[in-house]
Design a binder for this molecule. Sequence first.
Ligand SMILES: *[C@@H]1O[C@H](CO)[C@@H](O)[C@H](O)[C@H]1NC(C)=O
Ligand SMILES: *[C@@H]1O[C@H](CO)[C@@H](O)[C@H](O)[C@H]1NC(C)=O
Ligand SMILES: *[C@@H]1O[C@H](CO)[C@@H](O)[C@H](O)[C@H]1NC(C)=O
Ligand SMILES: *[C@@H]1O[C@H](CO)[C@@H](O)[C@H](O)[C@H]1NC(C)=O
Ligand SMILES: *[C@@H]1O[C@H](CO)[C@@H](O)[C@H](O)[C@H]1NC(C)=O
Ligand SMILES: *[C@@H]1O[C@H](CO)[C@@H](O)[C@H](O)[C@H]1NC(C)=O
Ligand SMILES: *[C@@H]1O[C@H](CO)[C@@H](O)[C@H](O)[C@H]1NC(C)=O
Ligand SMILES: *[C@@H]1O[C@H](CO)[C@@H](O)[C@H](O)[C@H]1NC(C)=O
Ligand SMILES: [Cu+2]
Length: 222
Amino acid sequence: MLASSLLQVLSYGAVASAHFHVLYPEWRGDSLTLDTASQWIWPCANISETTNGTRTKWPTTGGSISINGSHEFAFTYVNLALGRNVTNFNISLVENFNQTGAGELCLKDSVGAALKEGLEKSNLTEEALDGKDASLQVIQIAHSGSALYNCMDITFSKDAKVLEDDKCKNGTGVGGTEIGAAEAHSHEGGEESTGEDKKGAAVSVKPFVGSGVVAVVMAVLL
Ligand SMILES: *[C@@H]1O[C@H](CO)[C@@H](O)[C@H](O)[C@H]1NC(C)=O
Ligand SMILES: *[C@@H]1O[C@H](CO)[C@@H](O)[C@H](O)[C@H]1NC(C)=O
Ligand SMILES: *[C@@H]1O[C@H](CO)[C@@H](O)[C@H](O)[C@H]1NC(C)=O
Ligand SMILES: *[C@@H]1O[C@H](CO)[C@@H](O)[C@H](O)[C@H]1NC(C)=O
Ligand SMILES: *[C@@H]1O[C@H](CO)[C@@H](O)[C@H](O)[C@H]1NC(C)=O
Ligand SMILES: *[C@@H]1O[C@H](CO)[C@@H](O)[C@H](O)[C@H]1NC(C)=O
Ligand SMILES: *[C@@H]1O[C@H](CO)[C@@H](O)[C@H](O)[C@H]1NC(C)=O
Ligand SMILES: *[C@@H]1O[C@H](CO)[C@@H](O)[C@H](O)[C@H]1NC(C)=O
Ligand SMILES: [Cu+2]
């Protein structure tokens, strides 16, 4: 009996600790229940854009992003790919971010500066973005070092708004901190691999010292 309840705890732990839900914008599909889905599969949990077909209108100045994490902490990235059926998530909206506390985490309006910078690099204006389809990719890397993926399909709209406060909350004890590049290199033991995974995951398309640092500077300047 002890053994079986231990087993239950372990298997519950394995499931509960290995995944995250996307709350907003609506995700491509429920990667926890769809048969062929797995959050371990790059770039979008093996869910194609047409599985569900839902696209959320999202502001051209950057919209809200809300997830429900199951880890006490996880390095969290949000990337953007412009177009449809795309795998080139080369615009980084959130990086070097350490989600702390399990539960609902909502970024209401904090990705605007990074989006602006990504558009500039892509030679696109905010006006040109209006009406364009795109996909967001959320990556979480937990203590095990493996990366989890989920994607959300959007259409940029100058008329779309960020979430209202009552729909965008952080759960009790949930928050996050910026990881400095130096700090991110200073893990010990098992966590060393998170640094490597990070590079492999989001970063085939960008250098380690990326736009996040610049985005922070911009956020301060703006
Ligand atoms: C799309 O997927 C989400 C998450 O699984 C689900 O809530 C929603 O009902 C789906 N929509 C359609 C049109 O299938
Ligand atoms: C990915 O999804 C396809 C169907 O869309 C399926 O045939 C394939 O087995 C899935 N891959 C994995 C590793 O589950
Ligand atoms: C987040 O996930 C936990 C565990 O599955 C669940 O109890 C909770 O209701 C979820 N919160 C939201 C806002 O979806
Ligand atoms: C996206 O891919 C799906 C499946 O591979 C395909 O049916 C669909 O036509 C593609 N859409 C675009 C816009 O290329
Ligand atoms: C991330 O947050 C967790 C929980 O607060 C902390 O233990 C860990 O050291 C943090 N990691 C980094 C690199 O900031
Ligand atoms: C953007 O434009 C500049 C100057 O015309 C060019 O050097 C650069 O390669 C362009 N970048 C992209 C991503 O197209
Ligand atoms: C991202 O890739 C797309 C095409 O795949 C390209 O048009 C765009 O300029 C790239 N943006 C950056 C910031 O590299
Ligand atoms: C949730 O926490 C993150 C990290 O501390 C913060 O950036 C964000 O603004 C918070 N969200 C809300 C709705 O307060
Ligand atoms: Cu996990």
